[in-house]
Design a protein. Structure first.
Length: 410
């Protein structure tokens, strides 16, 4: 597929062809420096086109068929032996997302997802708990960082979690192509690594949000506070917090919540409209910085008042309750990014076993999803379309969008 050739369009009746192809050319311009050979760039663009196709399953054979190839060897070569750096391509998708979806109050959202795998040879595979399935199963676990702003949301980074059974067996790691210097790291530690390189790249993240896996990790919270970075992180009832001069268990605090002082606020718009809850925030021990504050944010279900969720927050002291609620409500964006990634761009359709293959597929899938998110942002399309259908609203163009957002082509 040359630079002049348009990619196959998934919905010709719904998407302006000219605008789509302008965006497609922009993607090719941005990714091509990551590949030293033009045929590798062409194959990567074909792979992206296959991921964006309406094919139900996006395996190597089906992607090869979509590209008009007689066999999947080219696809397998791209994910395995071809010379290119998935981390460099990740850095380019980060810049692409930051350029088009940037906002001063953007939120970085962290979460993990399980990928069902058979056998024992795929990098990182083990019988482990998968929140996606809600049970222990044979799977790989990927940790993801999503970027969420008023313009849209999409995955920005990824890391493969390696259980101790893998990192303690270096021969097994070498068999799967895992680098010898890759140590064991918890999921929160992987999240911190992704956040560190995101900040180092100059990406603005005003907030970080995540579930209790990350909120319960004090090292991650302390690192955020050391750098004066605001967060809203869920915590379980087992967590302890400093309140009224001593440590208290969150579950004990939740058991004694006052009946007065709740405020009904929307945590954002979901598939069924605004997501209304009752909210309250309680003061926690003040940090050293006098212009910052800590709170325990509590969300209560309207239909079932016994259903409560707690968040530990660290933010500028002037932050309002509605602002904290907005950030807490954006936690769903990473879950939706992962689920739509699996449904729209084949995030979980890979057949590779190696460390290199996993990172390459995930990075290309992130590019495919980022492309859709950017098109949706420019076209004024709601962020929760079904089955990849993009419904345009009024006339627009890439040039108009760049001018409106102050973007310039490099």
């Amino acid at each position: 597929m040359s630079e002049q050739d348009p990619m196959p369009l998934p919905d010709l009746d719904l998407l302006d062809i000219q605008v789509w192809n302008q965006y497609w050319a922009e993607v090719q311009r941005r990714i091509s420096p990551s590949f030293t050979r033009s045929d590798a760039t062409e194959r990567a663009m074909q792979y992206l086109a296959g991921l964006l196709s309406p094919a139900e399953r996006k395996t190597s054979w089906q992607l090869a068929e979509i590209c008009g190839a007689a066999n999947p060897y080219g696809v397998q070569h791209l994910l395995g032996r071809a010379l290119w750096d998935a981390d460099e391509l990740r850095d380019r998708v980060r810049a692409y997302i930051s350029d088009y979806l940037a906002a001063p109050d953007a939120v970085g959202v962290i979460d993990e997802s399980g990928f069902l795998k058979k056998g024992t040879h795929s990098a990182g595979v083990a019988r482990q708990y998968s929140g996606t399935a809600g049970r222990i199963q044979n799977c790989q676990i990927g940790v993801f960082l999503a970027y969420a702003s008023a313009h849209g949301h999409t995955m920005m980074d990824r890391e493969l979690y390696l259980p101790v059974a893998w990192t303690d067996d270096r021969a097994r790691c070498r068999g799967a192509g895992i680098p010898d210097d890759r140590p064991f790291a918890t999921k929160p530690a992987l999240a911190q690594q992704m956040l560190e390189r995101t900040f180092a790249a100059g990406v603005n993240l005003a907030w970080v949000a995540g579930d209790s896996v990350y909120g319960g990790d004090r090292a991650l919270r302390n690192w955020r506070e050391e750098h004066r970075h605001a967060y809203v992180l869920a915590v379980s009832g087992k967590e302890y917090v400093w309140r009224q001069q001593h440590q208290q268990r969150v579950s004990a605090i939740l058991a004694e919540l006052p009946t007065e002082g709740w405020e009904r606020l929307s945590a954002g718009t979901g598939s069924k409209g605004p997501r209304w809850y009752d909210w309250m925030r309680l003061d926690l021990h003040d940090p050293v910085e006098s212009d910052f504050a800590r709170w325990l944010l509590v969300r209560r279900s309207i239909s079932d008042p016994t259903e409560v969720t707690a968040y530990v927050t660290y933010a500028p002291a002037a932050t309002t309750l509605p602002h904290l609620v907005r950030v807490a409500g954006l936690r769903w964006t990473v879950e939706e990014s992962i689920q739509t990634g699996k449904g729209e761009v084949g995030l979980d359709h890979y057949e590779v076993r190696s460390w290199t293959g996993w990172y390459r597929h995930m990075t290309l899938a992130m590019w495919a999803q980022a492309f859709l998110s950017v098109v949706r942002a420019e076209r004024g399309v709601p962020v929760a379309p079904k089955k990849g259908r993009l419904i345009p609203v009024g006339p627009s163009s890439l040039t108009t969008f760049k001018a409106r957002r102050g973007l310039y082509s490099a």
